[in-house]
Design a protein around this ligand. Sequence first.
Ligand code: ZN
Length: 171
Amino acid sequence: MSHTVTDELVAANKRYAETFTHSGLPARPAREVAIVACMDARLDLMPALGLAIGECHTMRNAGGVVTDDVIRSLSISQRELGTKAVVLIHHTGCGLLGITEEWRQELELEVGQKPMWPVESFKDLDQDVRQSMARVRTSPFLPHTDDVRGFVFDVTTGLLREIDPAGTPAS
Ligand code: ZN
């Protein structure tokens, strides 16, 4: 059988477990914060935000988009596990910036089935962060929507830039 990347990960896990010291951590995030971010491989959330294991929830998907499933996770995070603040992170150079809704049609033509989900691509990063903030703030399922902030992470500098929720789309 050929050696795969997953085999390498499993081997790394054995080494990790040898010195594992976090067995006593509670499930409730110590800093009561949930982070919604893009899945991008260059975004290393924990060190980028000074977070340690046990301190936050992280929800990641393509784009860091606030989908129904993210609202589902945030609902459980806030209602069952005590988080209160929400931090949304998009980033420069996101793969979704180059995709259009045509991608969905092309996919349908190729496989003969229309996907159930929207692509949620965007052209204006800042505006998409604003929309994500609005989706969280207006969700009827979330008890804590006062502390919702959105940022764009610059993959060339490692710095976050905060997005003004009241800003207007660049046209
Ligand atoms: Zn991305």
